[in-house]
Write a protein that binds this ligand. Structure first.
Ligand SMILES: Nc1ncnc2c1ncn2[C@@H]1O[C@H](COP(=O)(O)OP(=O)(O)OP(=O)(O)O)[C@@H](O)[C@H]1O
Ligand SMILES: [Mg+2]
Length: 279
């Protein structure tokens, strides 16, 4: 393996390497074993396994990422470790260390989360000692994934919607909007893990909330486009997969938007491309 692109989202971790492409929920959980369970101690789960552990009433389910930023150090580190373990070719520690020492890792963060970049870079360097580790604005991943160097990129995520304008791969203007897919699930009282089943977004009662989310995004997007209307608009993130979202955005914008082939993985795919170029 030579390169890894890592997108640690509020809802899902997405990670791409030369040979693997993975996605799992950004969830960490633990529970203390009861006195008759045979063993003592704590049981932990990360990602998909969290759902099973959550079936026990004494489980604590933690969302280590909020608004695209790390808010629970231990949980966040577990997400990063799991992602890298899953895309590694080797399972044993020595083999993985050798593999990663030759790899470049590029990690994406929300536009307004630059202050977290240094700590994340230090953490990844401590955990894996890669050849190189860079942290960039996550929507740069989408831009690179669709083979453009300038565009307005919107990524509708679970916790934040990113809007950034790029010229020659440099984000010249950007904003992280705190309106995203989770406000639909929260508003309907679907529960903190309901978003794992994307079918909830096809329910008829969701329709008006999709329009409200689109309104919030369009307000900021139009502001950003004022003097940049000549640039194409690219929309990625799980939010653009919600039935009707693309149509609403295009009708309110009076312009077609470009949606990457795999909108959920798009940031990670582009971050991987960047990592490959660096190595
Ligand atoms: N068809 C779908 N496929 C995948 N996700 C979908 C789909 N429809 C709706 N979604 C929702 O999109 C959201 C996930 O989007 P995404 O993975 O882009 O967010 P994130 O990167 O985890 O969050 P953020 O970027 O805000 O930190 C989830 O709430 C998910 O349920
Ligand atoms: Mg995201």
């Amino acid at each position: 393996m030579t390169a890894i692109g890592l997108d640690i989202g509020t809802g899902f971790v997405k990670c791409v390497s030369d040979t693997k492409k993975i996605k799992f929920p950004s969830l960490y959980a633990y529970r203390k074993l009861a006195i008759w369970e045979g063993k003592k101690g704590i049981v932990e789960a990360v990602g998909d396994e969290t759902v099973t552990l959550a079936g026990y009433p004494n489980t604590r389910v933690i969302r280590p990422v909020m608004l695209g930023k790390p808010i629970h150090d231990k949980g966040f580190e577990k997400l990063v470790r799991k992602a890298v373990d899953l895309v590694s070719e080797t399972n044993d520690a020595m083999g993985q260390q050798a593999e990663l020492s030759k790899a470049c890792i590029v990690i994406g963060l929300p536009y307004d989360a630059k202050r977290y970049a240094e700590n994340i870079q230090k953490m990844v360097t401590r955990l894996f000692k890669p050849k190189r580790c860079d942290v960039v604005a996550q929507v740069l991943g989408t831009l690179v994934d669709v083979n453009l160097s300038e565009a307005i990129v919107v990524s509708i995520g679970h916790g934040t919607t990113e809007v950034a304008a790029f010229k020659n791969y440099v984000p010249i203007r950007g904003i992280s909007i705190h309106h995203a897919v989770n406000e639909i699930s929260t508003e309907l009282g679907f529960g903190k893990m309901a978003y794992l089943d994307s079918n909830v977004f096809a329910k008829p009662e969701v329709k008006p909330l999709i329009a409200m989310l689109a309104d919030a995004l369009l307000d900021d997007l139009n502001w950003m486009r004022q003097d940049l209307e000549h640039l194409p608009t690219v929309v990625s993130g799980g939010g653009i997969m919600i039935p009707g979202m693309k149509d609403i955005i295009e009708s309110k914008l009076s312009q077609k938007v470009l949606v990457p082939q795999d909108p959920v993985m798009s940031n990670a795919l582009g971050l991987f491309k960047l990592a490959s170029q660096e190595c």
